[in-house]
Design a protein around this ligand. Structure first.
Ligand SMILES: [Zn+2]
Length: 139
């Protein structure tokens, strides 16, 4: 029986950093800005998928993260220019970029891995049959 109500939209699952296979389990433990808790889970708590598909898989996330940083750097530059209209001091731009990228780094860490698993991993597929509310545990 098809139950359309239980399907998690892809964008919602990506924003919530959910497992790409079941879109239910959290990829990370803790919130992005909880110090020391921004760690990726080894297995999906929902369907048991091994997130690090092969050893060192997340090294590839560095490239995604790099692209994020470049895009954010350009964005911060533009924003700084729009707000201050500064055309004299390169230090203002370097400063805002540095601070901005440090503040954004927990999100880069998280979403570079999300993008890697959702868009750049041909072996990972959404399995709607796993996209179900967790079975209540009986003690
Ligand atoms: Zn899962």
């Amino acid at each position: 029986m098809e139950n359309e109500m239980s399907k998690t939209p892809k964008l919602q699952a990506m924003l919530g950093a959910k497992c790409p296979r079941c879109r239910r389990g959290n990829m990370f433990e803790g919130g992005a800005y909880r110090l020391g808790a921004n760690r990726i889970n080894i297995h999906c708590p929902g369907c048991g998928m091994l997130f690090e598909i092969e050893p060192g898989y997340f090294y590839a996330a560095m490239y995604v993260s790099y692209a994020f940083n470049v895009a954010e750097g350009v964005g911060i530059c533009l924003l700084t220019w729009l707000v201050t209209g500064n055309t004299d001091s390169p230090w203002l731009y370097l400063g805002t970029i540095l601070i901005g990228l440090v503040l954004l780094s927990p999100l880069n860490f998280r979403y570079s891995r999300v993008i890697l698993l959702y868009w750049l991993s041909p072996k990972v597929h959404y399995r709607p049959e796993l996209d179900k509310p967790p079975i209540p545990k009986h003690d």
